[in-house]
Design a protein around this ligand. Structure first.
Ligand SMILES: Cc1ncc(COP(=O)(O)O)c(C=O)c1O
Length: 975
């Protein structure tokens, strides 16, 4: 390699942890001569890819940043007044720099290990409090994926509440005409497979009877009108059904909240609270409901509990509701949501406070009424005279206005030939109104408008004016200066262990490097300020990314077409299963609705299958972790006529490449079924094998695992699906794209098919596609394959170091694991009364996040190091586990007490260790600095072990009222 070729490949060495020298040492420990031999003894030869990936060669970071800047310039940043659920916003720089662009926040994992996640848990509690207060509904979750899917979640929650156990007595759901079109699309998609009948109409004329289980209205509605739904809500309630209101948090600072109007649930997007447009996402959707729904609500809920010392501590509440536990009985498949973006929105509310938010809302409303008045003076009529930020203008012909708007680089919303929508947002300045109003000017009168700076919004009906207070809690009334805000954000960040502290070995989650060069472009305006429904000729930069990334993912999976719409892995599963369902239906096989799912599958698999209207049949596993092929054969034969397909994960969730996989896919195909592959473990496939080579017809990819999108503390994510040719026409579509393109394109752009949408935006959380695109471009065809090889090397090195001291479950006949492996901790229960949880908590004292706990096997941990960790970090982690093994041995040998030991008492907080009282049978040093490296870089858990059951029994999922802080102050004064 010459000097310049070396430069182009430099990112490979930035992304992959071990260098050549370290790799040699590691191979020696494993007992293999070289990487090729290790890989060929690990991946079954029958499924090995025989060709090199046809991807571009690697680019240096410098080259890439120049390239992506050039692509970005193909996007045109116009002033957007389109609205429709997406509004430009001013991201406070303190939040942009300290949260959005900060690996301390964006590389966090989902807060399952509560003791080292108190910062983001606190922030998510702020988010829930904000949502609950603004909607006036008592329970809110910590985000959903987008507004449209949140509406669908509310619909299914109501449906399942009134229709128990496969017995549909109330099949109908009323959808008001004036709902955002993208929400309607997703509602239709989600309704069909489970037998919901959607009835659309004008809520004022609706006749809701006992055949209905629910209804949805929008507030303010699609045309911007602020309607009083009280009468309608009463009517729906009298029929025994429920109402969800799709709404806008900024508007609710001025409007009577849904809870006070009687709604059972409120949903919407928190995007306009300081989260960039990003061509559709990622943004946090919110979901709040009456108390009655707390056990059936989708998504994660953060709750207040106590720790072992009775101090306040937060953790995820009511986890038994989730698909991990409930599997096919779950009513939602939500796993990854939008935690990072929920945190940004919460910080926005913390920074502005209730008065600041209200002032923003008032400015928006006053500017809107100024525009409305000026346009009315030109002789135009408005659709409604009650509005907040959006007006709809009736015109004879949109053409001249549209032409003038485009000339001034302004995007308006064109409903049809005679209606134009204008949505004002926080970024709109008084000066902007000249150009905006000018679009409607008759060219005779000069533009003149009056704006009084102390004007009040006058077009919110007085009976819908908000009178109740909100966000009175201390946290929303403290951090006004930038110094305070910066320190508040930092104080929370300090409580959380993320990838900028140490490796996070979360099996199945692939917590690899999220490189700075992959992340940086997300903040650039040519990517961040793009509206998802902007005209196609303004979004050519995004089109290039969508087309190229789709092509690369098809190449990597050896499949033929791709949809980038699903915005999480679970959404990908759902979308993939719908393509299978639609394919069978198109072939006259609508009766094919049985899906086989191995026992080891992730909980989202069966939950998604049920949402897609399928019946789950579980397939057994053998002792060695392989799918029990005999059981599979028997079940495939038994259900041959109704077989829709199988969902498999490869390598399996047990971390092995099953040699029998081709036999499995053949059996399914021979019985007329389709093979769905959960691509969560794609990090063990790229460049070595591929779903298409193994016999998969559909596969979803978790871009937030293999393709470097950060986990953000529980989202964002992206779960695109790739399919074989015969399924391409059944991929999800999106009305905004179909309407804007003249013809259907059969290439990689799946949004042009005629099937339903699964997400609010055509390309899901489009802006984060840039991260995966950057990952592939900077690693290039050679680097992506090397990443897989090193993931296998790292896992096998750790396995080799731990073997003998711990029992490793499920290796192949050569004794190798794939990219992850399972360590069995169950024997220690008997030998030392030590549980997996004790080991997980003790790891915190050693400065590490625990691996995946008890999935897929209870009582175990699953370790996935990824390729990004170097030998020194792998060694520290192995040393920590071996140190813990010695501590267990001390208990086994009676040298340490079974109940009072460093594992049972873990994690140890700073306060516990410096406390003048210390009556433990081990030293303070042993408690907090069990190894030398810890003394060099100590991470302190901020609370002791959290009590989960206390919090579930006493559910509190909003910030405590201000009075509780007064009590705390009195406590500290007394001291
Ligand atoms: C094997 C597997 N399948 C599916 C999922 C679901 O993906 P997501 O969380 O993006 O919905 C996960 C998530 O951890 C997983 O590990």
């Amino acid at each position: 390699m010459n000097l310049f070729e070396k430069q182009s490949c430099e990112f490979i060495t930035r992304h992959i942890g071990p260098d050549e020298h370290q790799a040699k040492q590691m191979l020696k420990t494993i007992g293999e001569p070289d990487l090729d031999t290790l890989v060929s003894k690990t991946v079954p030869p029958a499924i090995r890819m025989q060709h090199e990936l046809n991807l571009p060669s690697a680019m240096s970071e410098h080259q890439y940043l120049q390239h992506i800047k050039e692509v970005s310039m193909q996007n045109k940043v116009y002033k957007n007044y389109i609205g429709q659920g997406y509004y430009d916003t001013i991201i406070p720089s303190v939040i942009l720099r300290n949260v959005f662009e900060n690996p301390g926040w964006y590389t966090q994992y989902t807060p399952y290990q509560a003791e080292i996640s108190q910062g983001r848990l606190e922030s998510l509690l702020n988010f829930q409090t904000m949502v609950s207060d603004l909607t006036a509904l008592p329970i809110a979750n910590a985000s959903l994926l987008d507004e449209a899917t949140a509406a669908a979640e509310a619909m299914t929650m109501f449906f399942n509440t009134l229709n128990k156990q496969d017995h549909i007595t109330h099949p109908k759901f009323f959808v008001d005409n004036e709902i955002f079109p993208q929400t309607k699309d997703v509602l239709y998609t989600r309704a069909k497979p489970i037998g919901i009948e959607i009835v659309t109409g004008d809520y004022k004329k609706a006749n809701i009877d006992s055949t209905y289980f629910g209804a949805i209205v929008q507030y303010p509605n699609d045309k911007g009108s602020v309607e009083d739904y009280r009468g309608f809500i009463n009517q729906v309630h009298s029929a025994g059904a429920f109402v969800v209101m799709a709404t806008d948090l900024l508007a609710l600072t001025l409007l009577t909240p849904p809870g006070e109007l009687g709604a059972d649930c409120a949903i919407g997007s928190a995007q306009r609270l300081g989260v960039p447009l990003g061509y559709g996402g990622p943004h946090a959707a919110f979901f709040a409901a009456k108390d009655d729904f707390k056990r059936s609500m989708p998504g994660r809920i953060i709750g207040v509990s106590v720790d072992a010392n009775n101090n306040r501590a937060l953790r995820m509440a009511l986890q038994t509701r989730e698909q991990h536990i409930k599997r096919e009985k779950a009513t939602s498949n939500i796993c990854t949501a939008q935690a990072l973006l929920a945190n940004m929105a919460a910080m926005y509310a913390v920074f502005h406070g209730p008065d600041g938010l209200k002032n923003i809302a008032k400015r928006v409303a006053v500017l809107t009424q100024t525009v409305a008045t000026a346009i009315e003076e030109f002789g135009f009529e408005l659709f409604s005279n009650s509005y907040f930020d959006t007006i709809t203008v009736k015109v004879d012909d949109i053409a001249p206005i549209k032409e003038k708007a485009l000339r001034q680089q302004i995007n308006l919303r064109y409903f049809d030939n005679k209606h134009i929508g204008i949505s004002i947002d926080e970024t709109t300045l008084t000066e902007d109104l000249y150009d905006l109003i000018n679009c409607f000017e008759n060219d005779k009168n000069p533009i003149a408008f009056d704006i009084h700076h102390d004007e009040e919004p006058e077009h919110i009906p007085s009976k819908l004016s908000r009178t109740s207070s909100f966000l009175t809690h201390l946290v929303f009334n403290t951090h006004r200066s930038e110094s305070q805000m910066m320190r508040y954000i930092k104080s929370l960040e300090n409580k959380d262990l993320s990838l900028n502290t140490s490796m996070i070995t979360l099996g199945s989650c692939t917590m690899k490097l999220n490189a700075a060069s992959e992340m940086m472009p997300l903040s650039w305006v040519h990517w961040s300020k793009m509206h998802p429904f902007a005209p196609a000729d303004q979004t050519k930069g995004y089109k290039q990314i969508v087309d190229d990334l789709s092509k690369y993912l098809c190449e990597i999976t050896a499949l033929d077409a791709c949809s980038l719409q699903p915005n999480s892995g679970a959404q990908g599963e759902y979308a993939g299963l719908l393509t299978i369902r639609d394919y069978h239906e198109a072939n006259g096989d609508q009766h094919r609705n049985v899906i086989l799912i191995p026992i080891s599958a992730h909980g989202t698999n069966p939950a998604s299958a049920v949402m897609a209207g399928m019946k789950v049949v579980v397939v057994k596993a053998l002792e060695n972790g392989y799918i029990d092929v005999n059981d599979l054969k028997a079940k495939a034969e038994q259900h041959s006529n109704e077989l829709a397909g199988i969902m498999i994960t490869y390598p399996s969730t047990y971390g092995v490449y099953e040699e029998t996989v081709n036999e499995i896919t053949d059996i399914i195909h021979n019985h007329g079924g389709q093979v769905y592959m959960d691509g969560a473990n794609m990090n063990a496939q790229v460049g070595l094998t591929a779903p298409g080579l193994i016999g998969a017809d559909v596969c979803h990819l978790n871009l937030h695992k293999t393709f470097a999108i950060p986990h953000g503390g529980g989202g964002p994510g992206m779960g695109p699906i790739c399919v074989k040719k015969h399924l391409a026409e059944y991929l999800p579509s999106h009305s905004s794209i179909v309407n804007r393109e003249s013809s259907v394109n059969t290439s990689h752009d799946s949004c042009l098919t005629s099937h339903g949408a699964v997400s609010a935006a055509p390309y899901g959380s489009a802006s984060i596609l840039l991260i995966s695109y950057g990952y592939i471009r900077m690693l290039g065809n050679v680097g992506v394959k090397q990443a897989t090889e090193y993931a296998i090397l790292n896992a096998n090195y750790m396995r080799a170091r731990l073997q003998g001291q711990f029992e490793i479950l499920y290796t192949n006949h050569n004794g190798q694991c794939a990219h992850e492996f399972i360590v069995d901790l169950r024997p220690f229960k008997k030998s030392a009364e030590i549980e997996a949880e004790d080991v997980a908590k003790r790891l915190m004292d050693y400065g590490f996040h625990a691996p995946t706990m008890s999935f897929p096997v209870p009582g175990t941990i699953m370790i996935e190091p990824t390729e990004s960790e170097d030998k020194a970090e792998l060694d520290r982690f192995c040393d920590a586990l071996l140190g813990i093994r010695q501590e267990i041995r001390d208990i086994e040998e009676g040298k340490m007490d079974k109940k009072n030991n460093a594992l049972k008492n873990a994690p140890h907080t700073q306060l516990a260790v410096v406390n003048s009282e210390w009556n433990k049978p081990y030293t303070r040093e042993q408690a907090a600095f069990p190894m030398y490296y810890v003394t060099q870089n100590k991470f302190w858990p901020s609370v002791a072990r959290v009590n989960n059951t206390y919090g579930d029994r006493n559910l509190i999922c909003t910030c405590e009222p201000i009075e509780s802080y007064m009590e705390a102050e009195a406590w500290s004064d007394d001291r």
